[in-house]
Design a protein around this ligand. Structure first.
Ligand code: ATP
Ligand code: MG
Length: 300
């Protein structure tokens, strides 16, 4: 299938989950179990479509790299066990590793806490021509830190700068930062993998019961579930404050992994296809040089 036709299909699949305007956004309007009307029977077809989608993505990435002008930043946020790692792995499988950079953001180190909250992420922004993937990001600063405000005290901020408006101020900083990046050629696409509390419980139990998955589970993950409601509120407020046309959020249903991956791949294809990427055109002079080199090679 040609890129154009695929891009159209990718837009159709991803649009229902795309949020570009925060006002009026409600998380409860998005069903974590949604599979776009396709039942389990559609799974094999979805897998084939995903494979074809990935081939399109590989071609688009090749052009992105060759053109060396735009960068794409993909941000993944989610509750534990929502499938961030799997989505990143599947969607980016097959793309040229030279053209993408993954960064995971965990509890900040002392060195990181000695800087402003965007600092550690800035260091990992993708270069032109590359795709950058953030597994968690500066958005943790208005999620986990909001749910556990005691974390703020560890951030060594001057007291007078930590007021009641701190979250509003951080949203503003993030909006400004994303506008700045967009204006400099970095396209930003943000994913919230929307898993339900029940599905998360199922996946945790599986991690505990299956020895091969034990390593994925940490007892603190189960404790964090107690704050589920506060997290959902924080996610909702965050999306309301930071969704925009240039840096949209996708609220991706995450109770069915096969569908999560289809939607994420579709959104990435849509973002790349909208850039109208082309291989650089070679000048007349270079064409002449190529012809001369060919003659030299054949003659020699
Ligand atoms: P997985 O559990 O799938 O391996 P993960 O992304 O959950 O991946 P962990 O090491 O379990 O990785 O968790 C990282 C933890 O770091 C999360 O609990 C997250 O909330 C926390 N974290 C990330 N950024 C910040 C931050 N700026 N301040 C405080 N905690 C943070
Ligand atoms: Mg974790």
């Amino acid at each position: 299938m040609k890129i154009g036709a695929f891009a159209k299909q990718a837009r159709r699949v991803s649009t229902p989950y795309r949020v570009t305007k925060g006002s009026g956004f409600r998380l409860d309007k998005f069903d974590p179990g949604d599979t776009g009307g396709y039942g389990d029977a559609a799974k094999p077809r979805a897998k084939a479509a995903l494979q074809a989608g990935i081939e399109t993505l590989v071609e688009l990435q090749d052009r992105l790299y060759a053109q060396d002008c735009w960068a794409l930043l993909l941000i993944f946020q989610a509750m534990d066990a929502a499938g961030k790692d799997g989505a990143i792995k599947h969607v980016m499988s097959g793309v040229n590793p030279q053209g993408c950079q993954v960064a995971s953001f965990k509890t900040p180190s002392n060195e990181e806490l000695d800087h402003d909250f965007l600092w550690r992420c800035m260091k990992h922004l993708p270069e032109r021509g590359r795709i950058g993937l953030f597994n968690r990001s500066y958005y943790e600063e208005v999620l986990v830190v909001r749910v556990h405000p005691e974390l703020l005290h560890g951030q060594k901020l001057p007291d007078e700068l930590v007021g009641r408006k701190i979250w509003e101020e951080r949203y503003r900083d993030i909006r400004d930062f994303e506008r700045y990046l967009t204006g400099n050629g970095t396209r930003i696409v943000k994913f919230f993998l929307n898993v339900s509390k029940d599905e998360q419980k199922k996946r945790f139990l599986e991690r505990i019961e299956n020895p091969e998955k034990n390593w994925k589970f940490s007892p603190s993950d189960a404790l964090e579930r107690r704050h589920w409601k506060e997290y959902m509120r924080a996610y909702e407020d965050m999306i309301r404050a930071t969704a925009s046309e240039e840096a949209p959020w996708y609220v991706v249903p995450a109770d069915n992994k096969w569908y999560t991956r289809v939607v994420v791949a579709a959104a990435v294809i849509d973002a790349l296809a909208s850039l109208d990427l082309r291989y650089p055109k070679v000048s007349k002079k270079v064409l002449q040089e190529l012809a001369a080199a060919k003659e030299e090679l054949l003659g020699g």
